[in-house]
Design a protein around this ligand. Structure first.
Ligand code: PEP
Ligand code: MN
Length: 337
């Protein structure tokens, strides 16, 4: 249920209503738009609460939210969520580009990749220290050593850092290093992890699960939002279908659909979405045309030697060219870059 406050309701009015709700045992989430404040109310016995609230003069109306995702939905928060980071914002008019290798392999590889993607126009550097690999025999990531190299990248290049956290026990360590914390597709429904991420105050990039419906994905976001962390970025990275020519099937219809259902920023990962570097440029352009707020792209100084996901990684030069080619698409859909 959401409580729509009157136009011009001040802080005191909002406090009176939220105090009343808390007294009645409800969870409360505030969303202050440009013109008015909306209060999200979580709890049972809604009809009873609605009657009490509607009698309060500060309240314009009480609306029952029909979708199962309450805080992630547009009903609760009609305006787009824009996540403001020090050097970039995500979900506004400007597109965001996150790029870097799948896995952190060493200091030299990482710095080389970081300098190249920065020069090409990326604002956020990606690189996995904790790697969720399908096979236990594959390279498992440099873990803590990798986080140190990411710190070096930030210090040297000033790029923002996005990196994956695999479990609830390492959230603190990863959050210390990362500007944005990534939840991988395999962990989208790890509810202990999602709850832990709800407690911190750093943006979380939540990838869509390998076979998750859009509703399941938004419900996963709801776990983080319900903890009080409102900075969630959704990332579509392809879903499992019967088609073997691509690694996954990139669901681009998710972009306009999720934009209708939710206020959260949506970005596209065409690297995992296709599994092939030669498909990445076309799908990147399609993603921007479809309304995505940005892209996450794997870039490796030497994809043939990559310890993880080489076949889907662009070279720095291919990435530079792609960013150049995207300018026209961005212009045609009114996005800045
Ligand atoms: C990754 O970003 O390197 C990754 C493991 O992605 P996903 O969780 O989408 O498979
Ligand atoms: Mn990868």
């Amino acid at each position: 249920m959401i409580v729509v406050m009157n136009h011009g309701a001040g802080e005191d009015d909002v406090a009176r209503v939220t105090d009343k709700l808390k007294d009645m045992g409800y969870g409360v989430h505030l969303s202050s738009g440009e013109n008015r404040t909306i209060i999200g109310v979580i709890g049972q016995r809604r009809e009873e609460a609605a009657q009490t609230l509607e009698a309060m003069p500060e309240v314009e109306q009480v609306v029952f939210v029909t979708r199962p995702f309450k805080l992630a939905g547009r009903e609760f928060h009609p305006d787009d969520t824009v996540i403001d980071l020090d050097k970039a914002s995500i979900g506004g008019n400007e597109l965001i580009f996150m790029a870097g290798p799948c896995a952190i392999e060493g200091e030299e590889q990482l710095l080389e990749a970081a300098r190249a993607v920065k020069e090409a126009g990326a604002r956020v550097f990606r690189g996995g220290a904790f790697k969720p690999r399908t096979s236990p025999y594959s390279f498992q990531g440099l873990e803590r050593e990798g986080l140190q190299y990411l710190n070096q990248v930030r210090d040297e290049t000033g790029l923002l850092i996005v990196t994956e956290v695999m479990d609830q026990f390492t959230v603190g360590e990863v959050a210390e290093c990362a500007d944005i914390i990534q939840v991988g597709a395999r962990n989208m429904q790890n509810y202990y992890l999602l709850r832990e991420l709800g407690k911190i105050r750093k943006p979380v990039l939540l990838k869509r699960g390998l076979s998750a419906t859009i509703e399941e994905w938004l419900m996963a976001a709801e776990y983080i939002l319900n903890g009080g962390n409102y900075q969630v970025i959704l990332c579509e990275r392809g879903i499992r279908t019967f088609e073997p020519y691509t690694r996954n099937t990139l669901d681009l219809s998710a972009v306009p659909l999720v934009k209708q259902l939710s206020h959260l920023p949506v970005i596209i990962d065409p690297s995992h979405g296709t599994g092939h570097s030669n498909l990445v440029p076309a799908m990147s352009k399609a993603a921007v045309a479809a309304g995505a707020d940005g892209l996450m792209i794997e870039v490796h100084p030497n994809p043939q030697e990559a310890l993880s996901d080489g076949p889907q990684s662009l070279t720095p030069q291919q990435f530079r060219q792609l960013i150049n080619e995207l300018k026209g698409v961005a212009l045609s859909v009114g996005r800045l870059m």
